[in-house]
Ligand binder design. Sequence first.
Ligand code: GTP
Ligand code: MG
Length: 285
Amino acid sequence: MALQWFPGHMNKAKNQVQERLKLVDVVIEIVDARLPYSSRNPMLDSIINNKKRVVILNKADLADEKMSKKWQEYFQKQDISTYIVDSKHANNMNSLINNIKKEVQAKIDKYKKAGVKNYRIKAMCIGIPNVGKSTILNRFAGKNIAVTGNKPGVTKNQNWIKTNYDIDIIDTPGILWPKIDDQAVGLKLALTGAIKDSIFHADDVALFALDYFKKHYSEKLKKAYQVSDSGLELDNPDLLLFLTKKMGFKDDFDRMSEKLMQDIRKGVLGKYTLDQIEEVDDAVN
Ligand SMILES: Nc1nc2c(ncn2[C@@H]2O[C@H](COP(=O)(O)OP(=O)(O)OP(=O)(O)O)[C@@H](O)[C@H]2O)c(=O)[nH]1
Ligand SMILES: [Mg+2]
């Protein structure tokens, strides 16, 4: 299964990214705010070396606000400038783009001193599929140049996007990196729509989601489907069957699994974050 998540065209995209990276001044790493760890590319550090980098926790409107702040602090402690962004609803990205420009100020100053006028910064937007790279770039450009869509794999090629801020940014196809031998990471990516629905079973994702929400967001689960405290004590497969019946889907737990997944993606259960800092620290230690 892990291999299916890193198909040939992704390998090609990765090589293209590596090649193009040489040309850029700063990397804008877009991460899903609901998955600040699992949607990051573990290979990026070695690929970008000392290149300047900022992290954007995008889709902040869907994520648990307290958790987004905690994750922001976590990255800032590692000296990575990190911004919490809702690019779907934001209408002004001026301060964000000015902050990104500040990352390369020293370089611009150097060019100015050397007599280069109007140096245009070159940046690259990078991240796994469906995290909102193209949406952010359209915001930066002030118009819809890049194609966006609510499914992974919308952007197929690298495209330069010009902005009105002396900065040009490459949009790249989403790339999944082969760290997904961790089953939980795969399920989280599936739940947020970063990997194609055709390569996993909805019931696996639903059981994972029930488990996670029971542990971390039990009130949201109870409220969304009117589940009582005793209902929450059912084990995960029984709870899934209970919800299936409750929704009038008879024994069709696949249908309930699909509904649960879509509801969670749309935010019907409310805001949530699927990565806990403690888990990551445990994994590192
Ligand atoms: N709720 C919410 N949705 C967002 C946000 N940013 C982007 N989206 C939505 O997420 C979906 C994916 O956005 P894209 O910009 O196409 O994502 P991408 O990273 O370019 O995806 P690929 O090109 O497939 O790698 C679209 O339906 C966007 O409307 C956000 O901040 N909040
Ligand atoms: Mg795109």
